[in-house]
Design a protein around this ligand. Structure first.
Ligand code: SAM
Length: 229
C-alpha cells in the first residue's frame, strides 16, 4: 500500500490530508519507512515524521521515476449505477488502464457528470495506491457518441456477435493505442452502434452475456496481458 503525496519542499514530503486517517488505521508510527505516489510517475520512499490533523509529513529518502507506457490502453464504458460503476473503475485501474472514458449512453441506467469527478478520481486514486500504479489514469466524461475521437486508437467494440477477441492478438500487440468499448445493460443504441462500428472491429468475449463489470474485467485483462503490463 502507498500514500498520496501532495507536494515536496526541501526534502520534506507533505501527504494529502486524508492520509492521516489511513495511517492511523494502519497503526503507522513516526520513523516508519513508507512509499508515496503522486500519480505523475514518481515513486517516493520516505520516513514518516509527523501525523497531524493539519499536516502529515515525512523525510524524503529516494525518488524513482517510471516512464509512461508507450502503448495506450483506453476503456470506453457506458455509465452504470453505483456500486457497479465503482467496481468498473477500481478494476480498470488495477488492470493497467491509461484512460477511462465514461460514456453517458442513450441506454445508460445512470448518468455521470463533471460534478461527480472528485468521487470518481478518489476511487481511481485509492486503486492506484493499492496496486502501486505510478500514474493516475485520465478520466473523461462524455455525453454523446460524436464527441469521442475514435480515430486516435485501434477500437474494439464488445458485442456478443463479434469475432473472438483472441483472434486480434497480433493487432493489439502492434497498436500504439487500443480502445475497448463496452455497452450498457440494455446494449448501445442503434445510432451509437452505427457510429462505433464504423471505427471498430466488433469482438466477442464468448457465448454468455456478461454484466458490464465482467466484460470490462475480462477485456481489459486480456489486452493488458498482451501489452505486457
Ligand atoms: N442486452 C444487452 C445487449 O443485447 O447488448 C446486453 C448488454 S451486456 C449486459 C453489457 C455490455 O457488455 C454489452 O453491451 C457488451 O459491450 C458487453 N458484453 C457482454 N457480454 C459480452 C460478450 N459475450 N461478448 C462481447 N461483449 C459482451
Amino acid at each position: 500500500n502507498a500514500f498520496w503525496v501532495e507536494h515536496i519542499e526541501k526534502g520534506k514530503i507533505y501527504l494529502s490530508p486524508s492520509e492521516a486517517k489511513h495511517l492511523k488505521v494502519l497503526r503507522a508510527k513516526t520513523g516508519d519507512l513508507l512509499t508515496g505516489l503522486d500519480g505523475k510517475g514518481n515513486i517516493y520512499r520516505f520516513q514518516l515524521e509527523n501525523i497531524g490533523k493539519r499536516e502529515t509529513t515525512g523525510r524524503l529518502l529516494s525518488v524513482e521515476h517510471v516512464n509512461r507506457n508507450e502503448q495506450k490502453l483506453i476503456v470506453l464504458v457506458a455509465t452504470t449505477k453505483w456500486p457497479r460503476l465503482r467496481l468498473v473503475m477500481e478494476k480498470a485501474v488495477e488492470l493497467g488502464i491509461d484512460r477511462i472514458e465514461l460514456f453517458n449512453s442513450k441506454h445508460s441506467v445512470a448518468r455521470a457528470s463533471k460534478d461527480k469527478s472528485d468521487k470518481f478520481i478518489s476511487v481511481m486514486r485509492e486503486a492506484s495506491k493499492q496496486c502501486l500504479n505510478p500514474y493516475l489514469p485520465e478520466l473523461q466524461i462524455i455525453d454523446s457518441a460524436d464527441k469521442i475521437a475514435l480515430n486516435n486508437a485501434t477500437n474494439f467494440l464488445l458485442d456478443f456477435y463479434g469475432k473472438p477477441f483472441q483472434s486480434f492478438s497480433s493487432k493489439i500487440a502492434t497498436s500504439r493505442s487500443v480502445r475497448i468499448l463496452v455497452g450498457p445493460e440494455g446494449g448501445f443504441s442503434k445510432n451509437e452502434l452505427e457510429l462505433f462500428q464504423r471505427f471498430s472491429s466488433v469482438v466477442s468475449l464468448g457465448k454468455r452475456i456478461l454484466r458490464v463489470e465482467t466484460a470490462v474485467i475480462v477485456s481489459v485483462s486480456f489486452v493488458s496481458l498482451l501489452m505486457g503490463r
